[in-house]
Write a protein that binds this ligand. Structure first.
Ligand SMILES: Cc1ncc(COP(=O)(O)O)c(C=O)c1O
Length: 491
Protein backbone atom coordinates (compact mmCIF):
# COMPACT_ATOMS: atom_id res chain seq x y z
CA UNK A 1 0.00 0.00 0.00
CA UNK A 2 1.38 3.39 -0.87
CA UNK A 3 0.75 5.94 1.82
CA UNK A 4 1.42 9.62 1.74
CA UNK A 5 3.12 11.21 4.71
CA UNK A 6 1.67 14.20 6.46
CA UNK A 7 4.03 17.03 7.30
CA UNK A 8 5.52 16.93 10.78
CA UNK A 9 3.55 20.13 11.52
CA UNK A 10 0.33 18.40 10.59
CA UNK A 11 1.04 15.52 12.97
CA UNK A 12 1.22 17.93 15.90
CA UNK A 13 -0.91 17.37 19.02
CA UNK A 14 -0.97 20.23 21.56
CA UNK A 15 1.03 19.42 24.65
CA UNK A 16 3.00 16.51 23.21
CA UNK A 17 6.74 16.64 23.64
CA UNK A 18 9.77 14.65 22.53
CA UNK A 19 11.93 15.49 25.51
CA UNK A 20 11.42 15.40 29.23
CA UNK A 21 13.58 17.80 31.16
CA UNK A 22 14.30 17.58 34.87
CA UNK A 23 12.28 20.07 36.96
CA UNK A 24 13.88 23.50 37.16
CA UNK A 25 15.91 24.00 40.32
CA UNK A 26 16.75 27.64 39.49
CA UNK A 27 14.44 30.61 38.89
CA UNK A 28 13.00 30.58 35.34
CA UNK A 29 14.42 33.29 33.10
CA UNK A 30 12.35 34.83 30.29
CA UNK A 31 13.47 33.68 26.80
CA UNK A 32 14.09 37.26 25.66
CA UNK A 33 16.53 37.75 28.51
CA UNK A 34 18.43 34.53 27.77
CA UNK A 35 18.53 34.88 23.98
CA UNK A 36 18.80 38.66 23.82
CA UNK A 37 15.94 40.88 22.63
CA UNK A 38 17.09 40.83 18.99
CA UNK A 39 16.81 37.04 18.75
CA UNK A 40 13.52 36.65 20.53
CA UNK A 41 10.41 36.47 18.37
CA UNK A 42 7.01 36.36 19.94
CA UNK A 43 5.24 35.83 16.60
CA UNK A 44 6.36 32.25 16.04
CA UNK A 45 3.60 29.77 16.39
CA UNK A 46 2.82 26.36 15.03
CA UNK A 47 5.93 24.49 16.18
CA UNK A 48 5.18 20.78 15.80
CA UNK A 49 4.43 19.11 19.11
CA UNK A 50 5.30 15.45 18.62
CA UNK A 51 6.89 12.57 20.48
CA UNK A 52 10.44 11.38 19.89
CA UNK A 53 9.17 8.21 18.21
CA UNK A 54 6.95 10.18 15.86
CA UNK A 55 9.88 12.34 14.80
CA UNK A 56 12.09 9.28 14.35
CA UNK A 57 9.56 7.38 12.24
CA UNK A 58 8.56 10.41 10.20
CA UNK A 59 12.09 11.20 9.07
CA UNK A 60 13.09 7.57 8.67
CA UNK A 61 10.09 6.98 6.39
CA UNK A 62 10.89 10.10 4.39
CA UNK A 63 14.52 9.00 3.98
CA UNK A 64 13.34 5.80 2.29
CA UNK A 65 11.54 7.83 -0.39
CA UNK A 66 14.79 9.22 -1.72
CA UNK A 67 16.38 7.72 -4.75
CA UNK A 68 20.14 7.91 -4.55
CA UNK A 69 23.22 6.63 -6.29
CA UNK A 70 23.55 4.17 -3.40
CA UNK A 71 20.13 2.74 -4.30
CA UNK A 72 20.59 2.10 -8.01
CA UNK A 73 21.42 3.31 -11.51
CA UNK A 74 21.19 7.12 -11.76
CA UNK A 75 21.51 7.76 -15.49
CA UNK A 76 21.09 11.53 -15.42
CA UNK A 77 22.89 12.65 -18.58
CA UNK A 78 25.42 15.49 -18.21
CA UNK A 79 25.45 14.94 -14.43
CA UNK A 80 27.91 12.02 -14.10
CA UNK A 81 26.11 10.54 -11.13
CA UNK A 82 28.81 8.07 -10.17
CA UNK A 83 29.20 6.18 -6.93
CA UNK A 84 30.94 8.14 -4.16
CA UNK A 85 33.35 5.59 -2.64
CA UNK A 86 33.08 5.39 1.15
CA UNK A 87 36.86 5.53 1.34
CA UNK A 88 36.65 9.20 0.33
CA UNK A 89 34.30 9.86 3.23
CA UNK A 90 36.55 8.07 5.70
CA UNK A 91 39.58 10.10 4.57
CA UNK A 92 37.65 13.39 4.71
CA UNK A 93 36.86 12.65 8.37
CA UNK A 94 40.46 11.96 9.42
CA UNK A 95 41.39 14.08 12.42
CA UNK A 96 43.34 17.08 11.18
CA UNK A 97 41.76 16.98 7.72
CA UNK A 98 38.18 17.02 8.98
CA UNK A 99 38.62 19.47 11.82
CA UNK A 100 41.42 21.89 10.95
CA UNK A 101 40.37 25.54 10.92
CA UNK A 102 41.10 27.60 7.80
CA UNK A 103 42.74 30.24 9.98
CA UNK A 104 45.30 27.76 11.36
CA UNK A 105 48.72 29.34 10.81
CA UNK A 106 50.49 28.13 7.68
CA UNK A 107 53.28 26.41 9.59
CA UNK A 108 50.77 24.33 11.58
CA UNK A 109 48.54 23.53 8.58
CA UNK A 110 51.18 21.98 6.34
CA UNK A 111 49.25 18.68 6.06
CA UNK A 112 46.06 20.34 4.78
CA UNK A 113 48.01 22.65 2.48
CA UNK A 114 49.86 19.64 1.12
CA UNK A 115 46.50 18.01 0.27
CA UNK A 116 45.53 21.15 -1.67
CA UNK A 117 48.89 21.39 -3.47
CA UNK A 118 48.79 17.69 -4.31
CA UNK A 119 45.22 17.91 -5.63
CA UNK A 120 46.25 20.87 -7.81
CA UNK A 121 49.25 18.91 -9.09
CA UNK A 122 47.18 15.82 -9.93
CA UNK A 123 44.48 17.85 -11.70
CA UNK A 124 47.11 19.75 -13.71
CA UNK A 125 48.63 16.44 -14.80
CA UNK A 126 45.25 14.90 -15.67
CA UNK A 127 44.18 17.92 -17.74
CA UNK A 128 47.57 18.70 -19.30
CA UNK A 129 47.39 22.25 -17.94
CA UNK A 130 50.05 24.19 -16.01
CA UNK A 131 48.28 25.54 -12.92
CA UNK A 132 45.04 24.97 -11.00
CA UNK A 133 42.93 26.97 -8.55
CA UNK A 134 40.60 25.01 -6.27
CA UNK A 135 38.62 28.08 -5.18
CA UNK A 136 35.46 27.89 -7.35
CA UNK A 137 32.67 26.06 -5.53
CA UNK A 138 30.80 24.68 -8.56
CA UNK A 139 31.17 24.08 -12.26
CA UNK A 140 29.31 27.28 -13.09
CA UNK A 141 31.54 29.31 -10.76
CA UNK A 142 34.56 27.72 -12.44
CA UNK A 143 33.16 28.90 -15.78
CA UNK A 144 32.76 32.45 -14.51
CA UNK A 145 36.27 32.39 -13.04
CA UNK A 146 37.74 31.09 -16.31
CA UNK A 147 36.01 33.82 -18.31
CA UNK A 148 37.27 36.48 -15.90
CA UNK A 149 40.78 35.11 -16.46
CA UNK A 150 40.32 35.51 -20.22
CA UNK A 151 39.08 39.05 -19.70
CA UNK A 152 42.00 39.91 -17.40
CA UNK A 153 44.54 38.55 -19.88
CA UNK A 154 43.05 40.34 -22.89
CA UNK A 155 42.60 43.59 -20.95
CA UNK A 156 46.25 43.57 -19.99
CA UNK A 157 47.06 43.32 -23.70
CA UNK A 158 44.81 46.33 -24.24
CA UNK A 159 42.49 44.10 -26.21
CA UNK A 160 38.86 44.84 -25.34
CA UNK A 161 36.56 42.32 -27.02
CA UNK A 162 32.84 41.86 -26.54
CA UNK A 163 31.83 38.34 -27.53
CA UNK A 164 32.33 34.72 -26.55
CA UNK A 165 31.28 32.02 -29.00
CA UNK A 166 29.11 29.30 -27.46
CA UNK A 167 28.00 26.26 -29.49
CA UNK A 168 24.25 25.57 -29.59
CA UNK A 169 24.83 22.23 -27.84
CA UNK A 170 26.33 23.91 -24.75
CA UNK A 171 25.13 23.42 -21.19
CA UNK A 172 22.86 26.28 -20.09
CA UNK A 173 25.40 27.50 -17.55
CA UNK A 174 27.83 28.42 -20.37
CA UNK A 175 25.85 31.30 -21.91
CA UNK A 176 24.76 32.33 -18.41
CA UNK A 177 28.39 32.56 -17.23
CA UNK A 178 29.28 34.51 -20.36
CA UNK A 179 26.56 37.05 -19.57
CA UNK A 180 27.57 37.35 -15.89
CA UNK A 181 31.22 37.90 -16.85
CA UNK A 182 30.18 40.89 -18.94
CA UNK A 183 30.62 39.32 -22.36
CA UNK A 184 27.88 38.63 -24.88
CA UNK A 185 27.25 35.04 -25.92
CA UNK A 186 27.31 34.49 -29.67
CA UNK A 187 25.72 31.26 -30.83
CA UNK A 188 27.73 28.88 -32.92
CA UNK A 189 25.70 26.26 -34.72
CA UNK A 190 26.58 22.60 -34.87
CA UNK A 191 27.04 20.71 -38.11
CA UNK A 192 24.98 17.63 -39.05
CA UNK A 193 27.46 15.42 -37.13
CA UNK A 194 26.61 17.32 -33.92
CA UNK A 195 30.06 18.93 -33.81
CA UNK A 196 31.27 22.52 -34.20
CA UNK A 197 30.67 23.75 -37.74
CA UNK A 198 34.21 24.77 -38.75
CA UNK A 199 33.11 27.01 -41.61
CA UNK A 200 30.74 28.85 -39.27
CA UNK A 201 33.49 29.18 -36.65
CA UNK A 202 35.82 30.65 -39.26
CA UNK A 203 33.11 33.08 -40.38
CA UNK A 204 32.25 34.28 -36.85
CA UNK A 205 35.72 34.36 -35.30
CA UNK A 206 36.70 38.02 -35.49
CA UNK A 207 38.85 40.49 -33.58
CA UNK A 208 35.79 41.22 -31.43
CA UNK A 209 35.54 37.64 -30.15
CA UNK A 210 37.41 37.03 -26.90
CA UNK A 211 37.16 33.30 -27.16
CA UNK A 212 35.26 30.09 -27.65
CA UNK A 213 33.59 28.16 -24.83
CA UNK A 214 33.46 24.55 -25.83
CA UNK A 215 32.48 21.34 -24.07
CA UNK A 216 34.42 18.32 -25.23
CA UNK A 217 33.03 15.72 -25.50
CA UNK A 218 29.99 17.86 -26.13
CA UNK A 219 26.57 17.40 -24.58
CA UNK A 220 25.63 14.89 -27.28
CA UNK A 221 28.44 12.72 -25.91
CA UNK A 222 30.38 13.25 -29.15
CA UNK A 223 34.08 14.03 -29.21
CA UNK A 224 34.99 17.15 -31.20
CA UNK A 225 37.49 15.46 -33.50
CA UNK A 226 38.55 18.80 -35.02
CA UNK A 227 39.49 20.23 -31.64
CA UNK A 228 43.08 21.07 -32.63
CA UNK A 229 41.91 22.90 -35.75
CA UNK A 230 39.24 24.68 -33.68
CA UNK A 231 41.89 25.93 -31.24
CA UNK A 232 44.10 27.06 -34.13
CA UNK A 233 41.26 29.04 -35.69
CA UNK A 234 40.45 30.83 -32.43
CA UNK A 235 44.10 31.53 -31.58
CA UNK A 236 44.82 32.82 -35.08
CA UNK A 237 42.37 35.66 -34.42
CA UNK A 238 43.80 36.44 -30.97
CA UNK A 239 41.06 34.65 -29.00
CA UNK A 240 41.38 32.08 -26.21
CA UNK A 241 39.78 28.66 -25.91
CA UNK A 242 37.76 27.73 -22.83
CA UNK A 243 36.80 24.11 -22.29
CA UNK A 244 33.93 23.12 -20.06
CA UNK A 245 35.49 20.05 -18.46
CA UNK A 246 32.31 18.79 -16.79
CA UNK A 247 32.42 15.87 -19.22
CA UNK A 248 35.96 14.83 -18.30
CA UNK A 249 34.66 11.44 -17.23
CA UNK A 250 35.03 10.57 -20.89
CA UNK A 251 38.69 11.62 -21.09
CA UNK A 252 40.56 11.17 -17.80
CA UNK A 253 43.69 9.08 -18.33
CA UNK A 254 43.11 8.91 -22.08
CA UNK A 255 43.29 12.45 -23.50
CA UNK A 256 44.18 15.87 -22.08
CA UNK A 257 42.57 19.18 -23.10
CA UNK A 258 45.91 20.91 -22.48
CA UNK A 259 47.37 18.86 -25.33
CA UNK A 260 44.60 19.96 -27.74
CA UNK A 261 45.48 23.66 -27.41
CA UNK A 262 42.94 24.68 -24.76
CA UNK A 263 43.90 27.75 -22.66
CA UNK A 264 41.55 27.44 -19.68
CA UNK A 265 39.01 24.95 -18.40
CA UNK A 266 37.11 23.91 -15.32
CA UNK A 267 36.52 20.52 -13.78
CA UNK A 268 33.59 19.31 -11.73
CA UNK A 269 35.09 17.39 -8.83
CA UNK A 270 31.49 16.50 -7.90
CA UNK A 271 31.16 14.59 -11.14
CA UNK A 272 34.39 13.24 -12.55
CA UNK A 273 36.17 12.82 -9.24
CA UNK A 274 33.34 11.16 -7.33
CA UNK A 275 32.59 13.81 -4.71
CA UNK A 276 28.91 13.92 -3.75
CA UNK A 277 26.39 16.09 -5.56
CA UNK A 278 22.74 16.28 -6.40
CA UNK A 279 21.60 17.70 -3.10
CA UNK A 280 24.51 16.14 -1.27
CA UNK A 281 27.16 18.76 -2.18
CA UNK A 282 28.86 21.11 -1.65
CA UNK A 283 30.48 21.11 -5.07
CA UNK A 284 33.87 22.08 -6.38
CA UNK A 285 34.71 23.48 -9.80
CA UNK A 286 38.49 24.03 -10.01
CA UNK A 287 39.90 26.02 -12.92
CA UNK A 288 42.99 24.83 -14.76
CA UNK A 289 45.04 27.15 -16.99
CA UNK A 290 48.01 27.29 -19.27
CA UNK A 291 51.05 29.27 -18.13
CA UNK A 292 49.99 32.54 -19.81
CA UNK A 293 46.85 32.73 -17.64
CA UNK A 294 48.49 31.67 -14.38
CA UNK A 295 49.24 35.23 -13.10
CA UNK A 296 45.50 36.02 -13.08
CA UNK A 297 44.35 33.01 -11.03
CA UNK A 298 42.24 33.81 -7.95
CA UNK A 299 44.28 34.84 -4.93
CA UNK A 300 45.58 33.51 -2.64
CA UNK A 301 47.46 30.76 -4.42
CA UNK A 302 48.58 27.60 -2.65
CA UNK A 303 52.07 26.79 -3.87
CA UNK A 304 55.27 25.02 -2.97
CA UNK A 305 57.94 27.35 -1.63
CA UNK A 306 61.64 26.76 -2.21
CA UNK A 307 62.63 24.10 0.34
CA UNK A 308 59.41 22.13 -0.04
CA UNK A 309 57.08 23.85 2.47
CA UNK A 310 53.63 24.76 1.14
CA UNK A 311 52.70 28.42 1.41
CA UNK A 312 49.65 30.56 0.78
CA UNK A 313 50.69 33.37 -1.52
CA UNK A 314 48.63 36.56 -1.30
CA UNK A 315 51.14 38.61 -3.26
CA UNK A 316 49.38 38.31 -6.60
CA UNK A 317 49.11 41.79 -8.13
CA UNK A 318 47.63 40.59 -11.46
CA UNK A 319 45.07 38.23 -9.89
CA UNK A 320 41.36 38.61 -10.63
CA UNK A 321 40.91 38.46 -6.82
CA UNK A 322 39.14 36.05 -4.60
CA UNK A 323 36.13 34.09 -5.90
CA UNK A 324 35.45 32.08 -2.76
CA UNK A 325 36.28 32.14 0.95
CA UNK A 326 39.58 30.56 1.96
CA UNK A 327 40.70 27.83 -0.47
CA UNK A 328 37.38 26.58 -1.86
CA UNK A 329 35.50 23.59 -0.49
CA UNK A 330 38.42 21.86 1.18
CA UNK A 331 36.55 18.63 1.97
CA UNK A 332 35.86 18.11 -1.73
CA UNK A 333 39.57 18.38 -2.56
CA UNK A 334 40.29 15.75 0.11
CA UNK A 335 37.69 13.37 -1.35
CA UNK A 336 38.84 13.93 -4.94
CA UNK A 337 42.47 13.36 -4.00
CA UNK A 338 41.54 10.17 -2.11
CA UNK A 339 39.74 8.96 -5.26
CA UNK A 340 42.64 9.87 -7.57
CA UNK A 341 45.27 8.22 -5.37
CA UNK A 342 43.17 5.14 -4.62
CA UNK A 343 42.56 4.51 -8.33
CA UNK A 344 46.00 5.54 -9.57
CA UNK A 345 46.66 6.29 -13.26
CA UNK A 346 45.60 2.86 -14.50
CA UNK A 347 42.44 2.80 -12.39
CA UNK A 348 41.40 6.27 -13.57
CA UNK A 349 41.94 5.25 -17.18
CA UNK A 350 39.92 2.08 -16.61
CA UNK A 351 37.04 4.10 -15.10
CA UNK A 352 36.99 6.24 -18.26
CA UNK A 353 37.04 3.23 -20.55
CA UNK A 354 34.23 1.57 -18.57
CA UNK A 355 32.11 4.75 -18.61
CA UNK A 356 32.45 4.95 -22.40
CA UNK A 357 31.76 1.24 -22.80
CA UNK A 358 28.60 1.47 -20.68
CA UNK A 359 27.22 4.42 -22.67
CA UNK A 360 27.87 2.63 -25.94
CA UNK A 361 26.32 -0.57 -24.61
CA UNK A 362 23.11 1.26 -23.69
CA UNK A 363 23.09 3.03 -27.04
CA UNK A 364 23.49 -0.13 -29.09
CA UNK A 365 20.88 -2.03 -27.13
CA UNK A 366 18.07 0.51 -27.42
CA UNK A 367 18.75 2.08 -30.81
CA UNK A 368 16.11 -0.14 -32.45
CA UNK A 369 13.45 1.27 -30.05
CA UNK A 370 14.30 4.98 -29.92
CA UNK A 371 15.31 7.55 -32.51
CA UNK A 372 19.02 8.39 -32.55
CA UNK A 373 19.36 11.85 -34.13
CA UNK A 374 23.17 12.03 -34.17
CA UNK A 375 24.55 8.62 -34.97
CA UNK A 376 28.22 9.26 -34.16
CA UNK A 377 30.46 7.23 -31.83
CA UNK A 378 29.43 8.02 -28.24
CA UNK A 379 31.76 8.73 -25.42
CA UNK A 380 30.33 8.90 -21.89
CA UNK A 381 26.66 9.53 -22.73
CA UNK A 382 24.17 8.97 -25.51
CA UNK A 383 21.25 11.13 -26.61
CA UNK A 384 18.06 9.78 -28.17
CA UNK A 385 14.90 11.63 -29.16
CA UNK A 386 11.24 10.78 -28.57
CA UNK A 387 10.40 11.24 -32.27
CA UNK A 388 8.99 7.72 -32.70
CA UNK A 389 7.00 7.77 -29.46
CA UNK A 390 5.73 11.30 -30.14
CA UNK A 391 3.82 9.88 -33.09
CA UNK A 392 1.75 8.01 -30.45
CA UNK A 393 1.39 11.12 -28.28
CA UNK A 394 4.09 10.10 -25.79
CA UNK A 395 7.00 12.42 -25.03
CA UNK A 396 10.33 12.18 -23.28
CA UNK A 397 8.88 13.39 -19.95
CA UNK A 398 6.26 10.61 -20.04
CA UNK A 399 8.90 7.95 -20.68
CA UNK A 400 11.00 9.35 -17.84
CA UNK A 401 8.02 9.17 -15.44
CA UNK A 402 7.33 5.58 -16.46
CA UNK A 403 10.97 4.69 -15.78
CA UNK A 404 10.30 5.53 -12.12
CA UNK A 405 7.72 2.71 -12.03
CA UNK A 406 10.46 0.34 -13.14
CA UNK A 407 12.60 1.42 -10.19
CA UNK A 408 15.07 3.72 -11.95
CA UNK A 409 15.89 7.38 -11.66
CA UNK A 410 14.94 9.10 -14.92
CA UNK A 411 17.51 10.16 -17.48
CA UNK A 412 17.91 13.87 -18.31
CA UNK A 413 14.78 15.11 -20.06
CA UNK A 414 14.66 17.58 -22.98
CA UNK A 415 18.38 18.47 -22.94
CA UNK A 416 20.47 19.22 -24.99
CA UNK A 417 18.16 21.67 -26.68
CA UNK A 418 19.40 20.87 -30.18
CA UNK A 419 17.61 17.51 -29.88
CA UNK A 420 13.85 18.05 -29.66
CA UNK A 421 12.39 15.66 -27.07
CA UNK A 422 15.81 14.50 -25.89
CA UNK A 423 16.45 11.44 -23.71
CA UNK A 424 19.99 11.97 -22.43
CA UNK A 425 21.51 8.93 -20.77
CA UNK A 426 24.81 8.76 -18.87
CA UNK A 427 25.21 5.46 -17.04
CA UNK A 428 28.79 6.14 -15.82
CA UNK A 429 31.22 3.36 -14.97
CA UNK A 430 29.46 2.68 -11.66
CA UNK A 431 26.75 0.48 -13.23
CA UNK A 432 27.56 -3.20 -13.65
CA UNK A 433 26.28 -5.24 -16.58
CA UNK A 434 23.30 -6.81 -14.81
CA UNK A 435 22.08 -3.40 -13.60
CA UNK A 436 22.54 -1.94 -17.05
CA UNK A 437 20.62 -4.83 -18.58
CA UNK A 438 17.73 -4.23 -16.18
CA UNK A 439 17.74 -0.53 -17.10
CA UNK A 440 17.84 -1.33 -20.81
CA UNK A 441 15.01 -3.87 -20.42
CA UNK A 442 12.94 -1.18 -18.73
CA UNK A 443 13.47 1.26 -21.61
CA UNK A 444 12.67 -1.45 -24.16
CA UNK A 445 9.57 -2.47 -22.28
CA UNK A 446 8.37 1.17 -22.13
CA UNK A 447 8.87 1.51 -25.90
CA UNK A 448 6.68 -1.59 -26.27
CA UNK A 449 4.02 -0.14 -23.96
CA UNK A 450 3.94 3.02 -26.06
CA UNK A 451 3.04 0.84 -29.06
CA UNK A 452 0.45 -1.25 -27.23
CA UNK A 453 -1.04 0.97 -24.54
CA UNK A 454 0.28 4.56 -24.50
CA UNK A 455 -2.12 5.51 -21.69
CA UNK A 456 -0.09 3.53 -19.16
CA UNK A 457 2.95 5.65 -20.01
CA UNK A 458 1.02 8.90 -20.23
CA UNK A 459 -0.40 8.44 -16.72
CA UNK A 460 2.85 7.27 -15.10
CA UNK A 461 4.14 7.11 -12.43
CA UNK A 462 1.74 4.59 -10.89
CA UNK A 463 3.91 3.29 -8.03
CA UNK A 464 4.91 6.51 -6.30
CA UNK A 465 3.21 8.02 -3.27
CA UNK A 466 2.21 11.06 -5.24
CA UNK A 467 1.09 10.87 -8.83
CA UNK A 468 2.22 13.22 -11.56
CA UNK A 469 2.79 16.70 -10.25
CA UNK A 470 2.00 20.02 -11.84
CA UNK A 471 5.63 20.69 -12.72
CA UNK A 472 5.04 24.08 -14.34
CA UNK A 473 3.05 25.18 -11.28
CA UNK A 474 5.73 23.90 -8.92
CA UNK A 475 8.42 25.80 -10.82
CA UNK A 476 6.50 29.03 -11.28
CA UNK A 477 4.58 29.23 -8.02
CA UNK A 478 6.61 27.19 -5.55
CA UNK A 479 5.22 26.88 -2.03
CA UNK A 480 8.38 26.61 -0.01
CA UNK A 481 7.12 27.18 3.50
CA UNK A 482 4.45 25.60 5.65
CA UNK A 483 2.11 28.09 7.22
CA UNK A 484 -0.38 27.31 9.97
CA UNK A 485 -3.83 26.80 8.52
CA UNK A 486 -6.43 29.25 9.85
CA UNK A 487 -8.66 27.56 12.43
CA UNK A 488 -12.02 26.48 10.92
CA UNK A 489 -14.81 28.96 11.59
CA UNK A 490 -17.33 27.89 14.18
CA UNK A 491 -20.40 28.73 12.01
C1 LIG B 1 28.46 20.30 -19.25
C2 LIG B 1 28.23 21.00 -17.92
N1 LIG B 1 28.84 22.19 -17.70
C3 LIG B 1 28.67 22.86 -16.54
C4 LIG B 1 27.87 22.38 -15.54
C5 LIG B 1 27.67 23.22 -14.30
O1 LIG B 1 28.19 22.61 -13.15
P1 LIG B 1 27.58 22.96 -11.71
O2 LIG B 1 26.22 22.34 -11.66
O3 LIG B 1 28.53 22.35 -10.73
O4 LIG B 1 27.53 24.45 -11.58
C6 LIG B 1 27.21 21.17 -15.72
C7 LIG B 1 26.32 20.66 -14.65
O5 LIG B 1 25.34 20.02 -14.78
C8 LIG B 1 27.39 20.45 -16.95
O6 LIG B 1 26.79 19.28 -17.17
Amino acid sequence: MTRNERLIFERSTPGKTGAELAPLDVPAAPAAQVLGEEFHRADIDGFPEVSELEVMRHFTRLSTWNYSIDAGVYPLGSCTMKYNPRLNEAVARFGGLGTDHPYTPETLAQGCLKVLAETQRCLAEITGMDAVSLQPAAGAQGELTGLLLIRACLSERGDARRHILVPDSAHGTNPASVAISGYQAMHLKSDPRGCVDLAELERLMSGDVAGLMLTNPNTLGIFETDIERICELVHAKGGLVYTDGANMNALVGVARPGDFGVDVMHLNLHKTFSTPHGGGGPGSGPVAVKRHLEPYLPAPVVEEAPGGAIRVNFNRPRSIGRVRAFYGNFGMAVRALAYILAYGPDGLRQATVDAVLNANYVKERIRDCYDLPYDAPSLHECVFSDRRQAARGVHTGDIAKRLIDYGFHPYTVSFPLIVPGALMIEPTESAGKSELDAFIDALRSIAQEVEEDPEIVLKAPHTTRVARLDEAGAARKPVLRWKPQPAPRAD
